[in-house]
Design a protein around this ligand. Structure first.
Ligand code: WT7
Length: 636
């Protein structure tokens, strides 16, 4: 019997040991006992970090949708698979059972087939967070088409770039999206993008906001009439374990996004197994991840991981601030959510509001909380723990990447005790190491190092679409024989890891290596501060000095700037050391952020360095206007 569900600390250590001493034996047991295969594999793992051609479960045949849907129908047919909460609280929620999901996925799969989509073809998905989004992913997987989801917030430029890179044949979009009180014209954006693309043969349009759109003759069609006519039966395409399941674009060090390719068998086994354990999911739990399916978090931990386990997964169409800042908490009360998984950015925003927005709702259904996407600072962690979780709910700070497909370092609730701001221990099968800048492994603790992974795991991406060379260079050339994450981390005396920020955020001040994250944490401790970002700028004496961009909770607090600056530097001095004090501070209305809420330090760095000629494309930012405001007020 395999250890599919780890229940205590001793078992974690025992299973972890097994997973690294005999990875093939370990993953074979998990894959065999808990997943449905049409044909068994010939070899569990082929390839290593020197040749960088990885195959997991080589020769195995399967269809992931049989695992996500068909095999649950007997026992869970009437269980809710997807619980959809619309943008407006006035609109009724939808409970889509596994039986219904099966029919809707098969119908859409048949529609795609009727449009000539075959195994291996790319389908571009540009949809809001509505059930059709998850259903489209599964319909593609049903027939072996490769989905390429583009977050429905990216501009037409970004859409065109991704469609051209993947050479998508079909685009699935909607007549628009609701976003709080606003609507977004998705179809218009697609129309503009397609002027630059020639691979697309059909555009299928979901009706969501009843807007007045134009359908281009011979190319565009409403999807619903096609679905109405389609059969509810669709034989699953039998896929090789290493056939691509999807492409998902993520930013890299250049302006061209990296199309990370994830394959079928290993991805399924790893996301399924990690979802089960990291959320300790039990049969009647109601799990809500607030991410958008346009990001890897949504692919792995809204769609595939939960559904493979027969879970109920919530999809929320709206935003945390609409109709007011209580919306998340209202939804938790309404649907008796047991698992809530969100981003530190959202936590900080909500913690800034009046506490009543949160406390007026009954959050007692919650059992487990999670965070992802960036390091969480102490203040936000404690607010999440105390106010949202009433100190009863373990917080899983899950560290991973688009490229890794699933969790790398994360607590397991009730199994690995949490520690504020620490992602804690490696997940099963993950072998982290810290490396120094000279390529030597750091064995000591309490030292910052470059975080690498020493051995392949089943969900890692296999290549960059159309650019295997870039894949090798980006991930495997910095440290020979290892996967380099691009992050730095600290390891404490019990071998817990704390992610301290991207390597490219490290700033050397007077010969001292300073990570931006701990300094930002210190600044964020100040009661007046909402958020901050630190970058380096050239300094005559110190080599580099620190520039802080800081947003305040209440703009009025800005009146005595000099005093505030002193207090902030004192905090840094106290938390990190006097060496980390800021030479320049700019109080700003906001920080430039990606659509997923990550601060774009690259832009701030250029502004601080007075190098603003080539800021790159700022149109895909969440708040493009802020860039000019910051430039106009730069501290000379
Ligand atoms: C980068 C990956 C993984 C899904 C969402 C982001 C940072 C991610 C954490 C965490 C500290 C984190 C890292 C990583 N990151 N999770 N729990 N603590 N940092 O995916 O857009 O591919 O970004 O996000 O810097 O490398 P992504």
């Amino acid at each position: 019997m395999s250890n599919y569900h780890i229940k205590d600390t001793e078992e974690y250590y025992q299973v972890y040991r097994k997973s690294i001493t005999n990875p093939e034996g370990f993953w074979e047991e998990i894959a065999e006992e808990h997943f449905l295969w049409q044909k068994r594999w010939d070899k569990v793992l082929e390839g290593d970090f020197n040749d960088n051609e990885f195959k997991w479960f080589k020769g195995g045949k399967l269809n992931i949708t049989e695992n996500c849907i068909d095999r649950h129908l007997k026992t869970r047919g009437n269980k809710t698979a997807i619980l959809f909460e619309p943008n407006s609280p006035e609109e009724e929620a939808q409970h889509i059972t596994y039986n219904e999901l099966s029919k809707r996925v098969n119908k859409l799969a048949n529609v795609l087939k009727s449009k000539g989509v075959k195994k291996g073809d790319r389908v571009c998905v540009y949809l809001p967070m509505i059930p059709e989004l998850a259903i489209t992913l599964l319909a593609c997987a049903r027939i072996g088409a490769i989905h390429s989801v583009i977050f429905a917030g990216f501009s037409s430029n970004a859409v065109a770039k991704r469609i051209n890179d993947s050479q998508s044949k079909v685009v699935i979009t909607s007549d628009g999206a609701y976003r709080g009180a606003k609507t977004i014209d998705l179809k218009g954006i697609v129309d503009t993008a397609l002027k630059e693309c020639n691979s697309v043969e059909s555009v299928l349009v979901v009706k969501r906001i009843n807007s007045d759109i134009t359908l281009k003759e011979g190319r565009d069609e409403w999807i619903q009439p096609l679905i109405d006519k389609a059969s509810t039966e669709c034989e699953p395409e039998i896929m090789d374990a290493e056939d691509p399941l999807f492409i998902l674009y993520t930013s890299g060090s250049t302006g061209t996004p990296k199309g990370m390719v994830h394959t079928t068998g290993g991805y399924m086994v790893y996301t399924g197994y990690s979802f089960k354990n990291v959320f300790q999911y039990k049969e009647n739990d109601i799990y809500w991840c607030t991410a958008d399916i346009g990001w890897i978090t949504g692919h792995s931990y809204i769609v595939y991981g939960p559904l493979v386990n027969g879970a109920t997964t919530v999809m929320f169409e709206g935003v945390p601030s609409y109709p007011d800042y209580g919306r998340f908490w209202e939804i938790i009360e309404k649907h008796k959510i047991t698992h809530f998984y969100t981003a530190p950015t959202a936590i900080r925003t909500l913690a800034k509001q009046e506490t009543e927005f949160t406390t007026k709702y009954n959050l007692s259904s919650l059992k487990i909380l999670g965070t992802v996407g960036e390091p969480i600072n102490e203040e936000a962690w404690h607010w999440y723990n105390d106010v949202v979780g009433s100190k009863r709910c373990p917080i899983v700070d899950t560290y991973w990447q688009t490229e890794t497909g699933g969790f790398l370092i994360t607590p397991i609730p009730y199994v690995i005790p949490t520690k504020p701001t620490y992602a804690t221990l490696p997940f099963i099968g993950i072998q982290p190491v810290l490396m120094d800048d000279n390529g030597k492994e750091i064995k000591e603790n309490f030292v910052n190092g470059n975080l690498c992974i020493k051995f392949p795991w089943p969900a890692m991406s296999r290549t960059i679409w159309n650019d295997h060379d870039r894949y090798r260079k980006t991930f495997f050339s910095t440290y020979k024989g290892m996967y380099f994450t691009g992050d730095s981390a600290l390891r404490d005396e019990v071998k817990y890891y704390r992610i301290t920020g991207r390597i490219d955020d490290v700033i050397i001040v007077s010969g001292h290596n300073l990570g931006t994250a701990p300094i930002e944490d210190a600044i964020n401790e100040h009661p007046a501060v909402a958020e901050s970002a630190i970058v380096g700028f050239p300094h005559e004496i110190k080599g580099s000095a620190l520039y802080g961009f800081i947003t305040l909770k209440d703009k009025g607090a800005c009146r005595n700037q000099e005093h505030l600056q002193k207090e902030i530097n004192q905090l840094i001095s106290d938390h990190v050391g006097p060496i980390a004090k800021l030479d320049k501070m700019q109080f700003t209305e906001g920080l430039p952020k990606t659509r997923s809420g990550k601060i774009v330090r690259r832009i701030l760095r250029k502004i601080a360095c007075n190098d603003t000629e080539e800021l790159g494309d700022t149109s895909t930012l969440l708040n493009p206007k802020i860039v000019k405001e910051i430039m106009d007020n730069v501290v000379k």
